[in-house]
Design a protein. Structure first.
Length: 731
């Protein structure tokens, strides 16, 4: 017995998460006092060594004024210190920013104050002013909720244990993996590690390997890593596929009888060449009074996707399809997304439609919303529709044809396309006049070989055919939102899913003005209209120039993020007071919710509780953001992969960012961005000048500034980190 006792004392177990747990206890009732015995009892600590740890920690927290001793040996949370709840935004250098609604600006958190908080964690923090600078800083005192516990990374083995080095530069700590938690992974494997614990006295969290993805650099391994990094799935569970395959897909006469039959109306789709799912179709009829009846027909996904089914739960969890460079990860199983719901040519389909009577001025005279059955007469690629618009001809040239051969189009479809284009241009003009912002960004696309290796880069720009579809989709989304959101010209109190976009941040606009002024551009922020007009002028003036992508990116960053909510504040970027998402239910769950609510109101239903839909809106916004990040990462990955084969080539580029550790350069010909580290610029010793967005040589006074044209060469490519390093050849 004596021997055992000695060993136990010597071991001296460290109490896990002691600081966090003390805060948790004291926060339960901030008016109540606790002594060390009461805290020990709550933590189920009964040994002397454990109690001593608590006494020592209480003394340390009191000395730091994080708690206060209100009576001898009795402690309370220090309410004099300002505690706030918010989220952490980690930076790549190990620090973070505390984001909280109580403050106008994000607050800096130095790495020593992170208290094991990680990127996007919900935390409680003490906010204080630094003595010398008077700037606010935050100190994390409690982690309320972890944003994620699964991380993708590469396993590095030592003799009897390993560390997973996370791919994300936002994760500053490597994850310790004991021999028993390797799950068959070998040194150098790319894996998914789940964080299981983070002992108080450890620099590193402990974890276990839950999935081995493959070898780093392997294409599928890297693509799956991108998806898993953001918690996005890449395959459907078997039970979801099974439920989808068992859906009744026959369109019965009984079902047709419940709907408006529009199979006889001239109908067609216009989509990208490589599209597999066709969400929307347009129908066109010339009326006897000289007006036009235009139907915007959307796949009736909500007919097949019923609430409280495995299929609906999976669609909600995903909330969006994810469009990576080499694949689409759909929201719905292929049987639905590419099959029964897709508005394929020469097939009858169940649709949900917005039908408008419009005059020559593109004004809506009458409108109708409801379920329909339609038949698409023709499928166009954007390039084919563009050829009709540009050539005013019914001949589709071989070089843009989907079949690769020239062919003739029915004259009625040509007439419809030209008239729809004319009306779309009038609607767009009105929208721009009302203050809409025109972000016609160039998309980076890759030519891929059969192994998904990039063989070339090309740019896609929105032309008239794209804008035609865009304007009619915007019209449907706007009118559906107005139909539910307005009652006799006043806001209704009906619960609905809106797509909103707040006004831009004034300070971000000022920062944008500061940067673009260096290129000779101006932004006028006196009024909302002047802000919109000057932003449009900026985007128009910069179009096609070397600095275009950089200025467009900075302009987008100055905007608020669009999101889903039941609280309508309008859409600033589109200059709409009411806007929803109705037109893409195959790939967006909010559109499914919009369809369900619209039908509910058409049937005379009462307004459901907003709280339920608000929660779903928040989830959808979050998943959309994660999908967007995954899409960007897949483009970066492919850019790095492409540049691996061009290491000996010199490229002209534009300085797209300047930091204290280097300059970012975007190559003009392919929009790949990489970094030239300051230490690698050999002609002088350069120092970062924050005010001038530049680095300046100390001897020569040479200045390399944001927007400068330079020549670079690839120094190093890192596929795992999706990072490019350049050498500067000339500036």
């Amino acid at each position: 017995m004596t021997r055992k006792k000695k060993i136990y004392k010597k071991k001296g177990k460290v109490i896990k998460d002691l600081t966090r747990n003390i805060f948790k206890i004291l926060n339960e009732d901030s008016n109540k006092n606790y002594n060390y015995k009461q805290i020990a009892a709550k933590l189920k600590v009964s040994d002397t060594d454990g109690k001593n740890q608590i006494i020592k920690k209480l003394a340390e927290l009191t000395a730091n004024q994080k708690i206060k001793e209100v009576d001898r040996g009795k402690y309370q949370i220090n309410e004099d210190r300002k505690y706030h709840v918010g989220t952490l935004d980690a930076t790549s250098n190990g620090n973070a920013y505390f984001i909280c609604d109580d403050f106008e600006h994000d607050i800096f958190v130095p790495s020593v104050n992170l208290g094991k908080g990680l990127h996007n964690d919900t935390v409680k923090a003490y906010v204080y002013k630094k003595r010398r600078s008077n700037k606010l800083e935050a100190d994390v005192v409690e982690i309320i909720e972890r944003a994620k516990t699964e991380f993708v990374g590469v396993l590095q083995m030592n003799k009897n244990f390993g560390f997973v080095i996370p791919d994300s530069n936002k994760m500053y700590a490597d994850i310790f993996i004991s021999q028993s938690k390797l799950n068959g992974a070998n040194d150098g494997d790319k894996v998914v590690a789940t964080m299981t614990d983070w002992p108080e006295n450890s620099k590193n969290p402990f974890g276990k390997i839950t999935q081995v993805l493959g070898r780093p650099g392997d294409h599928d391994t890297e693509i799956h890593s991108i998806l898993l990094e953001y918690g996005l799935p890449y395959e459907f569970p078997a039970e979801v596929e099974k439920e989808a395959s068992e859906l009744p897909i026959e369109i019965t006469n009984e079902e047709i009888a419940k709907r408006r039959d529009m199979r006889g109306d001239l109908t067609f789709t216009i989509d990208p060449k490589d599209a597999k799912d066709f969400d929307d179709a347009l129908s066109f009829t010339k009326l006897e009074n000289g007006n036009y009846e235009i139907g915007i027909h959307i796949a009736d996904v909500s007919h097949y996707l019923q609430p409280k089914t495995i299929l609906d739960d999976e669609a909600y969890d995903r909330a969006t399809s994810v469009y990576l460079v080499d694949r689409v990860v759909p929201m719905l199983p292929e049987m639905l997304s590419n099959g029964v719901c897709s508005l394929r040519p020469n097939e009858e389909k169940l649709t949900f439609s917005a039908v408008f009577e419009m005059n020559e001025k593109a004004q809506v005279i009458n409108q109708w919303f409801g379920r329909t059955v339609t038949y698409s007469d023709k499928r166009f690629a954007y390039e084919e529709a563009q050829a009709i618009i540009e050539n005013k001809s019914n001949i589709i040239p071989a070089d843009v044809s989907l079949s690769g051969e020239a062919y003739e189009v029915d004259e009625n479809i040509v007439e419809a396309t030209l008239k729809l284009d004319e009306l779309a241009k009038k609607m767009r003009k009105k929208r721009m006049k009302s203050g809409a912002i025109s972000f016609d960004r160039v998309e980076v696309k890759f030519n891929l070989d059969e192994n998904a290796n990039p063989t070339g880069v090309f740019f896609k720009e929105a032309k008239d055919a794209n804008k035609l579809i865009e304007e009619f989709m915007l019209l449907a989304n706007k009118k559906v939102a107005e139909f539910v959101g307005l009652s006799s010209g006043r806001p209704s109190k009906k619960t609905f899913v809106y797509r909103v976009h707040d006004e831009p941040d004034v300070e971000k606009l000022a920062s944008l003005q500061n940067i673009v002024s260096k290129f000779g551009y101006k932004i006028n922020t006196e009024t909302r209209q002047k802000t919109s007009d000057s932003l449009n002028k900026l985007l128009s003036d910069v179009h096609g120039k070397g600095e275009a992508n950089m200025v467009e990116t900075l302009a987008i960053r100055s905007m608020s993020k669009a999101e889903y909510t039941t609280q309508n504040i309008g859409h600033y970027g589109l200059a709409f007071d009411y806007y929803s998402h109705f037109t893409s239910p195959i790939r967006r769950y909010p559109d499914v919710m919009t369809h369900r609510l619209l039908q509910h109101y058409l049937d005379g239903g009462n307004s459901p509780k907003a709280e339920i839909y608000e929660e779903k809106c928040k989830h959808s916004s979050k998943m959309e953001e994660l999908a967007s990040k995954a899409e960007r990462d897949s483009i970066k990955y492919m850019q790095v992969k492409y540049m691996q084969d061009h290491k000996d080539q010199e490229f002209e580029g534009v300085v797209s960012g300047v930091t204290e550790w280097g300059i970012y350069v975007e190559i003009k010909s392919n929009k790949c961005e990489g970094m030239v580290r300051i230490k690698d610029i050999k002609d002088d010793y350069y120092i970062f000048d924050e005010k001038q967005y530049a680095v300046i040589g100390q001897s020569t006074k040479n200045m390399i500034q944001l927007g400068d044209e330079v020549v670079v060469k690839v120094k190093h490519t890192d596929l795992e980190r999706k990072h490019l390093d350049f050498n500067l050849i000339s500036h």
